[in-house]
Write a protein that binds this ligand. Sequence first.
Ligand code: SAH
Length: 347
Amino acid sequence: MKASPEPGSLAGRLARLIETSGPISVAHYMAEANAHYYATRDPLGQAGDFTTAPEISQMFGELAGLWLADLWTRAGRPLSHYVEFGPGRGTLAADALRAMRKAGLQPQIHFVETSPALREAQAGRVPEARWHDDSSTLPDDAPLLVVANEFFDALPIRQLVATSEGWHELLVAYRGGRFHPVPGPRLPAPLAAAEPGTIVETSPASVAIMRQLAGRIAAQGGAALIVDYGHERSGTGDTLQSVERHGFADPWERPGERDLTAHVDFEALKRAAAGEGARVAGPVTQGEWLAAMGINMRATLLAGKAPERAGEIEAARERLTGPDQMGTLFKAMAVTAPGWPDPAGFE
Ligand code: SAH
């Protein structure tokens, strides 16, 4: 028999909630697990659970900064705010801000971040930043220059599952000392028939955040660069995954102690942004976007300046752009204000 989770722990609280009021949605489980996970640790890097593009190489943040600086220059160099969603350790922001300064862009800096542990790490890299719990408190007086890398994949998803009797929302039950996904009550709506076992995912949180952000950009001016792993078209399939110490793990074990993510549905994000009157470009693959932004030249230049690091720089370039690495699975999408110039890298 498995021991029950500690009564005060997140697993204990979720188990108790399910025992008293019934199974919870996958979105509820994921939201609670990730809030606890990010609040209590810095998960990034070799010693953590996973690594991200800006942690692999300075080139990623620099090219994001150059992308924004180029748009801003062509938009007539208006007074602007830099905004980053889920800035992790602040590495991307530090690299982007350095590149932007060289182009004459010195915006005010705003971080949307819920984790106290990561806010502290970010303050170490970018002490002048101002922090926000969500986008509602972002300034509304000037264009927003926005970056979100591996932010949307951490937002909660709901899952629907087809059975031979129809569609059900997948819920999280707690039985025999373990969390399990189980079909909830059958949905009354007549949804298209599908093979039993088919799973459809939606992320109401992602769509809500994208709507709010795109609405701000359409009204105030500016642009957003969204980079994440995911698919260009909405589809079917269970993409919920968990990672611990750089390896895949069971998402139903140890909630709050391992990272939970899902593929980002770029078609849904695109529809959300366009619906608010913003313009959307892409998505294109991360490899295509980085190549168009000049990563090969940047790598050659960096290796020329530090020949002893040439091998490491080439390995990082390959990891970010290689089709069997992050180059194809990861996508880049741009959201711009009507009247702003076309963004680079999406032709
Ligand atoms: N962009 C960084 C970190 C990615 S990890 C990088 O590329 O390295 C996800 C980030 O999003 C973390 O900073 C996490 O604390 C933050 N985050 C997750 N859910 C959030 C939410 N609902 N609101 C704000 N920040 C969130």
